[in-house]
Design a protein around this ligand. Structure first.
Ligand code: B12
Length: 452
């Protein structure tokens, strides 16, 4: 007889009006367990439930699981907000323990991966966890949980050992050439197709890992620095299947950076065109590999929004953030993107280490230049200005400690932003500056020359 596994996607957002995301991580885990042939898997996404805690109780009662898994995707909503998603996670863990006190509870997901030891120490209800990807360790771990054996010390597994913890760091060694399309029948994408206004709720992976070293970023910690690629044709097979089986026509390619290496994305787009797959897609792009030819290819193959995260609003900031990018490269990319007519959205960071009156004025020049370039085709979706969420182990954490923005006692599990008081208002000044231009662009207002 098969053992029963209940997988729970913890609350990933604040409020109900926020854009939802199909939980590809937990569905990947469910697929691995189901394909082992030893498990019946049920997935419950609390984000789609009208009354998530009551429905969780019902799910546990109906399933009577042998093991429960909980996925924590997000720590907090970012975007300068101070709400913590650890709060609903804590409540969920406690409810699970109350309704299924003897059932082993296994945790995982991107946010769990960022604070595994801390979360295991804070929440004793969690039996064990997987840090990073689950492809090579989930089945042996669940086998041991169901057999009541000692848990295996495989890379990525964190478990209790008496009063302490044993943690074998992940090695990111899963070869993405071996990736098999996940079993979305475990959680139908159909319910996710009508819930959002902007974001493509259905994600497809084309690769894992990120080779860049941006000073604030945790992506390499989550999936490694080596970019591991899926077969581009298999990616298109998956997109075609999603369209045919579930009617999915809008897809987010979930890679850290979708257009590096460039030829990988180019092959995917050429194949989308060759098969005449009429779908819309988006992803996060790096600026310095965008050309007139490849942006045209991306647009023709269905790219409906170019998301960019140049981050630095002036050269000094770009260098400090280790972006290995120049202001000119950002503007060159803006020009080729604007010519496609497809919406571009730029994400920048404000009040970063080294913010001064001069950097704020430089930032205004870059904002003007971007608006100027996109004005003709009205292709600037928006500019998003965020503070840096300080994460452990990053260059920004080190600088924030040196500058006294945080102290060694500052608890980074909960949202802490780099926002030194002396330059705190630069964010609002730049927000007014860009929003005024945004409204003028979309409504055709004339603006006085900002330089006068
Ligand atoms: C793609 C992406 C998006 C896309 C999603 C589009 C879509 N339709 O899917 C967009 C741009 C919309 C987005 C939005 C947001 N995102 Co986002 N996103 C990502 C990104 C780049 C990839 C996530 C992904 O799909 N990975 C692929 C899957 C297969 O991997 P996985 O989830 O890690 O799952 C594996 C393992 O974790 C494990 N696993 C997963 N669950 C479980 C459970 C158990 C029990 C076990 C054992 C194992 C396990 O097994 C899986 C297979 O190996 C990550 C960063 C990254 N590099 O991971 C950020 C990331 C997850 N996002 C993040 C955040 C914060 C957000 C937003 C709140 C940002 C915002 N303000 O809008 C929103 C929230 C949206 C929502 N409703 O949840 C943060 C979360 C950490 C944090 N700081 O809180 C990350 C880590 C980025 C960051 N800034 O550091 N995101």
């Amino acid at each position: 007889m098969k053992s029963k596994i209940l997988l729970v996607q913890a609350i990933s957002m604040e409020g109900l009006d926020i854009e939802r995301v199909y939980p590809i991580g937990i569905v990947t885990l469910g697929t691995l367990l189901k394909r082992s042939g030893r498990y019946d898997v049920k997935i419950f996404d609390m984000n789609m439930a009208a009354n998530p805690y009551a429905e969780l109780k019902t799910q546990i009662a109906e399933t009577e699981p042998d093991v429960i898994g909980i996925s924590l995707r997000n720590l907090d909503p970012l975007g300068n907000r101070t709400t913590s998603l650890i709060v609903p996670f804590a409540m969920t863990v406690r409810f699970i323990h109350q309704f299924a006190p003897d059932t082993p509870l296994m945790a995982g997901g991107t946010a769990f991966t960022l604070f595994p030891e801390r979360l295991m120490n804070d929440f004793h209800e969690i039996t064990c966890g997987i840090v990073g990807e689950a492809e090579k360790n989930a089945v042996p771990l669940v086998d041991a949980l169901t057999a009541h054996d000692t848990l295996p010390d495989l890379p990525g597994v964190i478990r209790r050992d008496g009063e302490g913890l044993r943690f074998n760091p992940p090695d990111g060694s899963f070869n993405m050439a071996d990736y098999r399309m996940i079993d979305r029948d475990l959680l139908s994408p159909v319910d996710y197709l009508k819930v959002n206004k902007y974001v493509e709720s259905i994600g497809v992976e084309t690769k894992r890992g990120c080779c860049f070293h941006c000073g604030y970023c945790e992506y390499p910690k989550i999936s490694g620095r080596c970019m591991r690629l899926r077969d581009p044709l298999a990616v298109v097979d998956e997109i075609a299947y999603l369209k045919e089986k579930y009617g999915v026509t809008r897809i987010h390619l979930t890679d850290s950076i979708v257009n590096v290496p460039t030829n990988h994305l180019d092959t995917i787009c050429e194949e989308l065109l060759r098969r005449g797959l009429d779908i819309h897609w988006s992803g996060f792009f790096r600026e310095d590999t965008l050309t007139r030819e490849n942006t045209k290819l991306y647009a023709e193959s269905g790219c409906e929004s170019f998301s960019l995260s140049p981050d630095g609003l002036c050269q000094k900031h770009l260098d400090m953030l280790d972006k290995h990018l120049t202001v000119d490269q950002i503007l060159d990319a803006a020009r080729v993107l604007a010519d496609t007519g497809v919406i571009a959205v730029y994400h920048f960071l404000v009040n970063v280490p080294g913010e001064t009156r001069e950097t704020v004025e430089e930032a205004k020049k870059l904002i003007d230049a971007i608006y100027g370039i996109h004005a003709g085709t009205k292709s600037l979706g928006t500019i998003v200005l965020n503070l840096i969420r300080i994460m452990p182990g990053t260059k920004i954490e080190r600088l924030a400690l040196e500058d006294g923005v945080i102290t060694p006692e500052t608890d980074l599990l909960y949202p802490v932003y780099h926002d030194p008081p002396a330059t705190r208002t630069s964010r609002y000044e730049l927000e007014v500056y860009h929003q005024t231009r945004n409204i003028a662009m979309w409504n055709g207002f004339d603006l006085p020359d900002p330089m006068k």
